[in-house]
Write a protein that binds this ligand. Structure first.
Ligand code: HEC
Length: 120
């Protein structure tokens, strides 16, 4: 009996540490959920960057410089860090404003994941 309990406890510990380990894989740590990010994107970014991230939203195509087309070769080359910087701090003097403070850190990670999903 004691032996069975011990095994169950051991299994629980192994499963729990596996879950924690999975939750800490770089892929997860690097980005939020693109599905959640979509809602943030639609609310805050779409007017400029457009429904599919082509930079052709109703406002985005009228400003100078225009909103970035995330599917362009130049934009696709950017790393997470290079995309994150303008999202957080904006890119003066363009119309791209910083969203740090307006969006939570989690929302910023989510919208970054959404931007990356639009590149494909
Ligand atoms: C008012 C229009 C506008 C809104 C709203 C807007 N952007 Fe931008 N965005 C721009 C402009 C303009 C640039 C910079 C263009 C340039 O550098 O030539 C830009 C640049 C970027 C870049 C840099 C991309 C690259 O390849 O250099 C990212 C990433 C980005 N925006 C994400 C977002 C996200 C995410 C949101 C919503 C939270 C958002 N933008 C909202 C206009 C906008």
């Amino acid at each position: 009996m004691r032996n069975v309990l011990l095994r169950v406890a051991l299994l629980a510990v192994v499963l729990l540490s596996f879950r924690m380990w999975m939750g800490n894989t770089p892929a997860q740590a690097a980005g939020g959920d693109p599905q959640k990010g979509k809602a943030v994107y639609v609310r805050n970014c779409m007017l400029c960057h457009g429904h599919q991230g082509l930079g052709n939203g109703p406002v985005g195509k009228t400003i100078n410089p225009p909103a970035v087309d995330f599917t362009s070769a130049a934009s696709k080359k950017k790393t997470d860090v290079e995309l994150l910087a303008p999202i957080e701090n904006g890119r003066p003097p363009t119309a791209m404003v910083g969203w740090k403070g307006q969006l939570s850190d989690a929302e910023i990670q989510e919208v970054l994941a959404c931007v990356k999903s639009l590149r494909q």
